[in-house]
Design a protein around this ligand. Structure first.
Ligand SMILES: Cc1cc2nc3c(=O)[nH]c(=O)nc-3n(C[C@H](O)[C@H](O)[C@H](O)COP(=O)(O)OP(=O)(O)OC[C@H]3O[C@@H](n4cnc5c(N)ncnc54)[C@H](O)[C@@H]3O)c2cc1C
Length: 342
């Protein structure tokens, strides 16, 4: 069970930005050296690209696994790091980084959570997944006031009126899930067929046939109305007919595209949207800040999970000197020492 915290002030040895496979494995390597980790991810779940983009695809190049489904690898990593009790802030993006007088760091997320730590490890992959937004006037006015681009806490929608938009897996899966909770749910899709899994599409069509959801195909949400909070979506179909749907929430699910985001403004040496690192320990140009996984670059870099795992090991041994005030880590095989937790 993940320790997902709502706490607004956190103090830890290492703050890991990004809970993709590489950030997760870094918890294990740091844990072997008795360093505590807190992870922050902008997505509402852990697993990075594996859980967000290809959870059901098999991966063939993880050592020791002839074949493993991406989501199963994430689940196994979660189990592997559990003995080290990492804590997580999910659904929040790290925006600010400040170096304090004692050389430690203060990080702050877009929702005001502050993390105090001795070492920062950026495992941000391709960057933050930013939502693709529909072209609707005053959309920004109602962001967070009725418009959500990710479903962070489904319970929030219990007993509410919802309009969802999109035709991919995310729109279909959330329609099936939220139809059970919502007072009324309308799914709007600009096409006549869905791009998502045929099985999910069939289930959505069945819900519409049973009048458990309203389905509007060949239609778009073209404008929104509100008064401080969203009140209604206005739909237009291909024949230019319009319809007003009263709603508490509008959730456009048009996919996410990765952007380096705020990390680009932290004075790190960048090379084509990736962070340049030293290959002996994956440190950046700023002492105390490391970058591992897809987000870093160096001569010969391969954007592979196994390369990120190796980087996590070397980073941890280097970070230990900072966390422990200059001590050298003692290197022991896990087969000799076991996994000693704290
Ligand atoms: C379709 C596909 C198939 C693939 N197949 C393979 C394969 O077979 N074998 C293989 O080795 N690799 C494969 N890859 C590549 C592999 O997925 C990546 O190498 C791996 O995900 C990198 O892990 P990561 O932890 O570095 O980053 P990611 O998995 O990208 O995770 C980074 C996380 O950081 C978060 N983040 C970024 N910035 C911030 C911020 N400012 N605040 C908070 N959170 C932030 C993001 O939300 C994200 O969750 C594949 C990739 C794709 C897309």
């Amino acid at each position: 069970m993940l320790n997902i915290t709502e706490e607004k002030t956190i103090s830890t040895d290492i703050c890991i930005i990004g809970a993709g496979p590489v950030g997760l494995f870094a918890v294990f390597e740091a844990g072997l050296l008795k360093m505590r980790c807190h992870l922050v991810d902008a997505l509402p779940q852990i697993g990075g690209q594996l859980s967000e983009i290809y959870p059901k695809k098999p991966i063939y190049d993880i050592p020791g696994y002839p074949e493993v489904l991406a989501q199963d690898l994430v689940n196994n990593l979660e189990q592997q790091i559990a003995p080290f009790h990492p804590s997580f802030t999910l659904g929040e993006r790290v925006e600010e980084l400040e170096r304090l007088e004692d050389d430690s760091f203060r990080l702050q997320t877009n929702e005001g959570t502050e993390i105090y730590c001795k070492v920062v490890v950026i495992a941000g992959g391709l960057g933050c997944f930013e939502p693709r937004k529909p072209a609707i006037e005053n959309l920004e006015t109602y962001e967070g006031k009725g418009i959500h681009y990710i479903v962070k806490n489904p319970e929030r929608y219990r007993g509410k009126k919802l309009v969802l938009a999109g035709g991919g897996d995310s729109a279909l899966d959330w329609t099936l899930y939220l139809a059970e909770l919502a007072e009324e749910l309308t799914l709007v899709h600009r096409g006549s067929t869905f791009r998502g899994a045929p099985d999910s599409a069939a289930k959505v069509m069945a819900l519409a046939d049973q009048n458990k959801i309203n389905l509007r195909l060949n239609a778009n949400v073209t404008s929104i109305i509100g008064n401080g909070h969203l009140n209604a979506c206005i739909l237009s179909d291909n024949e230019k007919n319009t319809e007003v749907i009263n709603t508490d929430y509008f959730i456009p699910l048009f996919g996410l595209s990765p952007k380096l985001g705020p990390i680009a403004d932290w004075n790190l040496n960048l090379d084509k949207n990736a962070i340049a690192v030293h290959t002996e320990d994956y440190s950046t140009n700023i002492p105390g800040i490391y970058a591992i996984g897809d987000i870093n670059t160096y001569p010969g870099k391969l954007k592979l999970i196994l390369c990120g795992f190796h980087e996590a090991a070397l980073m941890s041994h280097s970070a230990y000197r900072i966390v422990s005030g200059g001590k050298k880590p003692s290197f022991k095989y896990t087969t000799v020492n076991g996994v000693q937790t704290f």
